[in-house]
Design a protein around this ligand. Structure first.
Ligand code: F0G
Length: 462
């Protein structure tokens, strides 16, 4: 481990480089128009610094690449599956493992297995794909995150916490039998990458045990969450990130994982459970949607890289530098007076578009417009996390109007340097200086599901 009195720095050196695309503003203007003002529809070769997502965008280590060469591409019972299973059991403690092609493959399985039509699924804020799978199985998502999470200015360090009173009220109203599980994300993406505290998880476990309700863990960024507990929650400073990760998992009954984030792979995920019956049903279903239960849509080499990435994700030097880099960018933007979600989250910095562009009403998509403008300014690609991402209420068809109207500057792991962070901060500051000129958008094409991925927009004239 590095000395704690020295600043964080990348705990690796660079052995291979990938040149970046440098473009002109005129080129970007054309690319943006062709993309319908949706950063998801830009070609990656037209992007300079890509902060669209931290999903599948990590740089793998030399050990992971070496592991790729040890792929055992057998249809059934590949050695890499057993290595992956052992890594999940060791680092996360779950008993049974089903690989899936990525996180939403696991969400599909768990939702089909556990949710019946009419069920309620409480969670610490929604995530787009997670909620959609719950709805497709006939469930209704209910938000039980603490109120502080909806306020970008609130400095509470654990804005991923569950409001236990909200959960108790739901149990009272619907009865425990209508609640197949509580869905808990570590960390909470849509709140700005905010962690849940261990104290809150323990209290939630106590309450759910009393009512015989499961906790299903969306553990996509569990190492980042554990690191924040180590740093900020009293009584845990002496514990390792790995130990805290293990305890967080132990407080839950099963999990879905997008290994494309914390676990440092470009593709992959899994479902895990401690219940034999759920595992058996998952083994039945996985062959319909993903592949055999020992590969779940992945090549053997992908499972090997994931097994190695899981171990690397809880390395103290890695996680300190990872979260440190995000905090570095966050501090720079705060110093420049830019409105961002506070405290700074672990996987990205989230601009508060309502405060950044107060002249654009939410129905004219201020976060979408801001993401487009950031791309135009210097070729930095970001993502809308506001009214477009929130979509429509499945029963009324009305747009959700989320409190948080955000642009996410998501930092891929081990990919960019501090100098890139400086460029990003300078570009955001430039757009902020000229914010009055940014105009709203109108949506001209709206897909039926997860519209943010493929929707198209045009600028409003006034
Ligand atoms: N849960 C969370 C908290 C996520 O952030 C994601 C993906 C998923 C589940 C679904 O996993 O993409 O592997 O199917 N988030 C990406 C993002 C897409 O950019 O935040 P997936």
């Amino acid at each position: 481990m590095t000395e704690q009195h020295t600043p964080w720095a990348e705990p690796y050196k660079i052995k291979m480089v990938e040149p970046l695309a440098m473009t002109t503003r005129a080129h970007r203007q054309k690319a943006l128009e062709e993309a319908g003002y949706n950063t998801f529809l830009l070609k990656s070769e037209d992007v300079y610094i890509d902060l669209l997502t931290d999903s599948g965008t990590s740089a793998m280590s030399d050990r992971q690449w070496a592991g790729m060469m040890l792929g055992d591409e057998a249809y059934a019972g590949s050695r890499n599956f057993y290595n992956l299973e052992a890594a999940i059991q060791r680092y996360y403690g779950y008993k049974h493992v089903i690989p899936t092609h990525q996180g939403r493959g696991a969400e599909n399985l768990i939702s089909r297995i556990l949710i019946k039509p009419g069920d309620i699924v409480p969670g610490n804020m929604y995530f787009t794909t997670t909620r959609l799978h719950q709805e497709l199985s006939g469930g209704t998502f209910a938000d039980i995150i603490i109120d502080e999470a909806h306020d970008p200015e609130n400095l509470f360090p654990f804005k991923g916490n569950v409001d236990l009173k909200k959960l108790e009220a739901l149990i009272e109203k619907h009865g425990a039998k209508k609640i197949p599980y509580v869905s808990i994300a570590t960390t909470v993406n849509m709140a700005g990458g905010q962690p849940i505290s261990l104290a809150n998880m323990r209290a939630l476990r106590e309450l759910t045990n009393k009512h015989g309700i499961r906790i299903i863990h969306d553990m996509t960024r569990v190492a980042e969450n554990a690191y924040m507990i180590q740093q900020l929650e009293p009584g845990h400073a002496h514990r390792s990130t790995a130990e805290i990760v293990h305890e967080l998992c132990s407080l839950t009954d099963g999990a879905t994982m997008s290994a494309k984030k914390d676990a440092l792979v470009n593709i992959g995920g899994f479902m895990a459970t401690n219940e034999w019956d759920v595992f058996e049903e998952a083994r039945n279903q996985v062959v319909i949607y993903e592949g055999l239960h020992t590969y779940g849509g992945l090549a053997g080499r992908d499972m090997e890289a994931m097994a190695i990435g899981i171990a690397e994700s809880v390395d103290e030097d890695h996680i300190r530098a990872r979260v440190g880099q995000v905090a570095y960018l966050g501090e720079k933007l705060l110093d420049a007076g830019i409105p961002v979600v506070k405290p700074i989250g672990t996987h990205g910095v989230f601009l508060n578009a309502k405060a950044f562009l107060p002249h654009i009403p939410q129905t004219s998509f201020p976060a979408q417009a801001l993401a487009a403008e950031l791309y135009l300014d210097a070729g930095v690609r970001t993502m809308e996390r506001g009214i477009v991402s929130a979509g429509r209420n499945k029963d009324t068809g009305e747009n959700y109007m989320p409190e948080l109207e955000l642009v996410r500057l998501t930092i891929p792991r081990r990919v960019y340097t501090q100098a890139h962070m400086d460029v990003i901060a300078a570009s955001v500051a430039n757009v902020y200086r000229n914010r009055d000129k940014v105009k709203g958008l109108k949506m001209v094409y709206e897909p039926k599901y997860l519209r943010f991925f493929q929707a198209r927009f045009e600028p409003l004239s006034a």
